[in-house]
Design a protein around this ligand. Structure first.
Ligand code: HPA
Length: 262
């Protein structure tokens, strides 16, 4: 599979891998594309089943920075496997990427972060009871998760947001398995635990990326207030609609960050 990628983009060595979440795939329009390969043509890559996840690897440049964009992810809830993104994440490390920059759509646990806001993730909580490194064998299984979301990259994302005059929060992301949304009681518990945003992805990929030796950065687009924070129901339609509507700001932020990546 690495050979297949090398064959499509001979000599290309990406520095940053960018993983695009629900409704956020349009960032690829910022990439001066060298090659675009459907996941279906890459052995071991998942077949995303969620609307808003294209399932393509796009290789190219943002400014002078060579990037590999994973346009769409598979989630634990789709196949019941937490390591669904292991092959793509490890492929990014093998291709020479040093950083995995993730995006996702998430629910807000804070009234001062309304739908449409951006939040740079500073840490995560995984109380799901599962882990993508289950069963991997003894080699480097005890991965350190201190500063898993690289503090220097957090600062650079915040600086990029400021330079683009984008109001950007920072905070802690809690991973829930889904696919049902959380109950209001679960969200109250998550607030008590110290979470600022909730979602169904990202934490497993961060663990896999740290295991593969990649630095990690991540940005959430907050598409709704989490269950029970305000009256009313929550649905995936809103996730897609608000993510699409906010993708312009996210694009500016990621472009600025990547152009100045160095
Ligand atoms: N909960 C979990 N995942 C989500 C949410 C939410 O409220 N919004 C977008 N993704």
């Amino acid at each position: 599979m690495i050979e297949e990628i090398a064959h499509r983009a001979p000599g290309f060595k990406p520095k940053v891998a960018v993983l695009l979440g629900s409704g956020l795939g349009s960032f690829v329009e910022e990439v001066k594309t060298i090659a675009a390969i459907p996941y279906a043509e890459l052995q071991g890559f998942p077949k995303p089943t969620v609307r808003g996840h294209e399932g393509r690897l796009v290789l190219g440049h943002v400014g002078a920075t060579p990037v590999a964009v994973l346009q769409g992810r598979a989630h634990y809830y789709e196949f019941g496997r937490t390591d669904e993104m292991r092959v793509p994440v490890e492929a990014m490390a093998e291709l020479g990427c040093e950083t995995l920059l993730q995006t996702n759509a998430a629910g807000s646990l804070r009234l001062d972060m309304p739908p449409g806001s951006l939040m740079v993730i500073t840490d995560h909580i995984n109380f799901t009871g599962v882990n993508p490194l289950f069963g991997l064998g003894a080699k480097r299984r005890f991965v350190d998760m201190v500063d898993a979301y690289d503090p220097a990259l957090v600062q650079r994302l915040m600086a990029a947001a400021k330079a683009e005059s984008i109001r950007c929060h920072d905070g802690i992301y809690i991973w829930f398995c889904g696919p049902s949304f959380e109950t209001p009681a679960e969200i109250r518990a998550a607030v008590t635990l110290g979470a600022d945003a909730v979602g169904m992805s990202t934490a497993p990929e961060t663990i896999l990326a740290r295991h593969a030796g990649l630095r990690v950065a991540a940005v959430s687009v907050l598409t709704n207030y989490a269950a029970g924070l305000v009256p009313g129901a929550i649905g995936h339609d809103q996730t897609i609609t608000v993510a699409n509507a906010s993708s312009g700001q996210l694009r500016l932020l990621l472009r600025r960050f990547l152009e100045s990546y160095g």
